[in-house]
Design a protein around this ligand. Sequence first.
Ligand SMILES: [Zn+2]
Length: 315
Amino acid sequence: MTDARYAGIDVGATNTRAVVADASGSLVGRARRRTPQADGPTITEAIVWTLREACDDAALDPHALTAVGVGTLGPLDTDAGAVVGPPNLPADRFELVDPLVEATGAEVRLRNDAVAGVVGERRFTDAPENTVYLTLSSGVGAGACVDGNVLSGWQGNAAEMGHVVVDSEGTLTCGCGGAGHWEAYAGGENIPTYARHLHATEGLDTDLDLDSLDAAGVFAADERGDPLGEAVVDRLVRWNTHGVATLVHAFAPEVVSLGGAVALENSERVVDPVRERLPDLLATAPPTVRVTTLGEDVVVRGALALVLPGSDETR
Ligand SMILES: [Zn+2]
């Protein structure tokens, strides 16, 4: 076995993570930073620094890396090696591939974060060859593995499920500008807006401070029996179940694996009810619906798996 080293980077709207591993996928270094809510060059610089810190943790010169995999929030332009018009960050675009090649001299492979997630599921868990990874985080996204083939699609944007319409009335507007998109209701960034909307239109009682609300506050309100909190979470489950039914009909997964902070931190309220209600919405056999065993490392592990030896299905 060589002493080759590989890196994975997860670029999220809240955090950027990086890991360094040996050829077997065993981690030898890691780092994490807040993703700057800033312009493109600032975001790119923070991502490169996070990788450098993971290399420092592994006592490795970044130029000794063989390859770097990146799983990032989208949308992607894989030809340009950049993220273009992200709904959940203020930047118009930020570059990834060229700056990382410059910093490491290594091969850099770029995928949507949820696509990286399904690659991580396939490499590091018992996920079968028909698996969909679904992230419920700041945004909503999916990565599909069909018959053992991970789907990337044109410009890397296959299975951008957050932007399917779940509400044909189009009541709320998504960060991308579209009306009625799944992410407009269920993305962690948008849950407070949805709570304010339901409060304004349905007049539900609440002790929540609606001006300084975040998704965690909504889930805490649901847990203590606040009428508005309960209503928001019940509707979220409805939209999430419609969304999952759509991806089941599109990709015929045997397993739907959920990750992202909203799912990981509230699995009893977010994942369990979807599992219960899903069969009623399906014309086909219901898949296993579960929470990823890789936790918050699922995307960074998947980004790493994109470039580890033996990951041919992902290329
Ligand atoms: Zn959208």
